[in-house]
Design a protein around this ligand. Structure first.
Ligand code: SAM
Length: 294
């Protein structure tokens, strides 16, 4: 089995806070694969879409995120991979896996008017900050720098191929077009996530009203809290055990894992659901009618 870093990179070129890179395949086991169209309104690192594409689970795909720099990266990777990869190889020849000069220059280039330069900058900053920030506060410690490497650069064209034909939009989730015959994988920012990682927060009360009225099959992932359980108490909720990285020392970017759970909720009947739950060791909280969370 590949090391967890390689497993994550297999599913997304970006290191994404809250990303599902290591869990993509398991989550897709619960997808409604009878649908033709796959939709992801909160794209982030796109790890689940890229995995679904690799497994050829759906016919057509759409991705959306409100973050314009992130969407610019995905569009450049889809449409101009040669330009993107050429500049990154030049950076690698001049700076190796990366150094402080490259990092600082890239932070400046996040404001460039040139889409390819901006995409290169986002990629470098993302690969160089401890938790995969997009606009990057700090540099990874010497020991933890994986930055850019020939293996990573060689794989970018592969991700570009996986994105070909994917419709990519830069909208608020409310405005995304979600066709009836879709399966939507919906991964909003979790409760109490500040604007440090993502530029935008989501009001979960408003989100639950929106998602419950969608006219398609959907699966959403949420943090496990009394509030989110109450918000979705009218649905069965899968509790997925999780190892979270917890910051010990932000200055040096070191982390310690801690245990937790996350919720997986869907609005359709998945025939082998209980067999998958048993094989993964995940548990189920049955729905019960309740009042709305306050
Ligand atoms: C948890 S991340 C998604 C992670 C992704 N599933 C992955 O595996 O990498 C949440 C994403 O929602 C986006 N977002 C936040 N508010 C949004 C909004 N109002 N509309 C659309 N996207 C939004 C953020 O920019 C962020 O990329």
């Amino acid at each position: 089995m590949p090391h967890k870093f390689l497993r994550a990179f297999e599913n997304s070129p970006l290191r994404y806070p809250g990303g599902k890179a290591q869990r993509a395949l398991r989550l897709l086991r619960f997808a409604d694969q009878s649908r033709k169209h796959y939709v992801e309104p909160f794209a982030g690192g796109l790890s689940v879409l890229l995995k679904a594409r690799r497994e050829r689970l759906f016919k057509t795909y759409s991705a959306n995120d409100v973050d314009s720099d992130l969407i610019n990266f995905w569009i450049v990777l889809r449409d101009r991979p040669n330009e993107l990869v050429k500049i990154l190889w030049d950076c690698y020849r001049r700076h190796g896996a990366g150094d402080d000069d490259l990092f600082l220059k890239s932070k400046e280039n996040l404001n460039s008017d040139n889409d390819v330069v901006r995409a290169v900058a986002l990629f470098i900053v993302n690969r160089w900050t401890p938790k995969g920030d997009l606009r990057g506060g700090m540099l990874r410690t010497e020991k933890r720098r994986s930055g850019i490497s020939p293996m990573i650069l060689d794989r970018l064209p592969l991700f570009s191929e996986l994105l070909s034909g994917v419709k990519i939009t830069n909208l608020d989730y409310h405005d995304m077009d979600i066709p009836r015959n879709s399966f939507a994988f919906i991964d909003p920012p979790y409760e109490n996530i500040g604007t440090h990682f993502y530029q935008h927060k989501v009001d979960l009360n408003e989100f639950s009203d929106w998602v419950k009225y969608l006219n398609c099959s959907w699966l959403t992932t949420l943090n496990d809290s009394p509030f989110t359980n109450k918000l979705f108490s009218d649905f069965d909720r899968i509790a997925e055990p999780m190892k979270y990285p917890a910051v010990i020392n932000p200055k040096f970017g070191s982390y310690q894992r801690r245990d937790g759970t996350e919720l997986v909720i869907m609005n359709y009947h998945r025939p082998s659901r209980d067999a998958f739950l048993r094989s993964f060791g995940w548990s189920l909280r049955k729905s019960h009618p309740s009042s709305k969370a306050s």
